[in-house]
Each structure stands twice: as C-alpha cells, then as structure tokens.
Write a protein that binds this ligand. Structure first.
Ligand code: FES
Length: 189
C-alpha cells in the first residue's frame, strides 16, 4: 500500500479533502510519507474489512481422534501455538488433587477444563514469563517435575493443568476460547 496510489475517492468522499495535503507530503518527503500513511492505513483496513483469510484463521477446528492419551498436539491459532493435551487418568487425578495453597496462581483444575471433557487440557503455548514456547508436547520433550510443560528459557514449569508450579513465570498458561463441537472435535476461537 502506498500513498502514491491513485485515490478512488470522489469529490464528495470525506478523504478527498486530504488528497491535496497528501500530494504535498509526497512531493516533500517522498518515500517517508508513503510509509507513514501506509502504516496508519493498514490497521484501519484490517479492522474494518477483515479479509477472507483473516476470518478463516480466527477459529480453528481440531480433530482430537488421532491424539492418544498421554500425548499432545500443537495447533496454530491467530499466530499463537495452542497446546492440546490428552491427559491420562493419573494426570487428571494429579491435576485435581493438588492443594490450591501449593499453587503460584491458585486455580482449580475444574476451572481450566470443560465439564465432561476433563481428559483434554487446551492452553495457549506461550510461557507467561517472557513469552517462550515451552516444551512438553512432543513425546521426546522434557515435561518438568509436574508432568506438564517445561520452559527452557529460564526454567519455569507447568503442571498437567497448565498451571505454573515453578517460576519465574508468574501466571498459569492462558486458556484460549474454545468449545467442544462433539466428543472428538473442538473449535478454538
Ligand atoms: S520465558 Fe519461560 S521461563 Fe522465561
């Protein structure tokens, strides 16, 4: 996008009055003015008229069938990794039985999973310390002492509910908005 593109605005268009000013800027400042106008225009266009691909990425359907208990997958959603983990019975019990007083950010497991689907934990895979992507979703990854995720950047650890159990991360992994469309399919976003 460039300020040098011919304007399609007619004389009655509210932007038409600015056209002369922009032409002047273009002459004086050349590329710098073009970049400035472009940088302002893009966010406005994006928010007012999201393109088809932006709309498509705003939600993602995930088939859970291929994910066996004890394993997870990583899904890209709105430019972020989302961890979807199929928890074992033991992992669910550990997540439910922990005393809230032991947690850095106390939150019961029941508030972090969907009722009736507590074998699935779905979290945004971004460490709440400085934003690294924790390890733990691949079978060969370290999962830390609490069996969830381990952030190699500064050593934060998360449990099987995605709650931080060892800092420096101050908060639990964030939960994306999602819903079960069936027992084997979720829609994120
Ligand atoms: S970014 Fe994860 S521990 Fe620092």
């Amino acid at each position: 996008m460039s300020a040098t593109a011919p304007a399609s605005h007619g004389p009655g268009h509210p932007h038409a009055a600015d056209q002369g000013k922009r032409d002047f800027l273009k002459l004086v400042s050349g590329a710098a003015a073009a970049i400035g106008v472009g940088a302002i225009a893009w966010p406005l266009i994006d928010s007012m008229n999201p393109s088809a691909d932006v709309l498509a990425l705003s939600s993602v359907e995930v088939d859970l069938t291929p994910v066996p208990a004890g394993q997870g997958i990583t899904v890209a959603w709105r430019g972020k990794p989302v961890f979807v983990r199929h928890r074992t019975e033991k992992e669910i019990k550990e997540a439910q039985d922990v005393k809230l007083s032991e947690l850095i950010e106390p939150q019961p497991d029941s508030e972090r999973v969907k009722a009736g689907h507590d074998q699935w934990i779905v979290v945004i895979g971004i460490c709440t310390h400085l934003g690294c992507i924790p390890l733990g979703n691949k079978p060969t990854d370290p999962r830390g002492d609490w069996g969830g995720w381990f952030c190699p950047c500064h050593g934060s650890q998360y449990d099987t509910s995605g709650r931080v159990r060892h800092g420096p991360a101050p908060l639990n992994l964030y939960l994306p908005q999602y819903a079960f469309e069936s027992d084997s399919k979720i829609k994120i976003g």
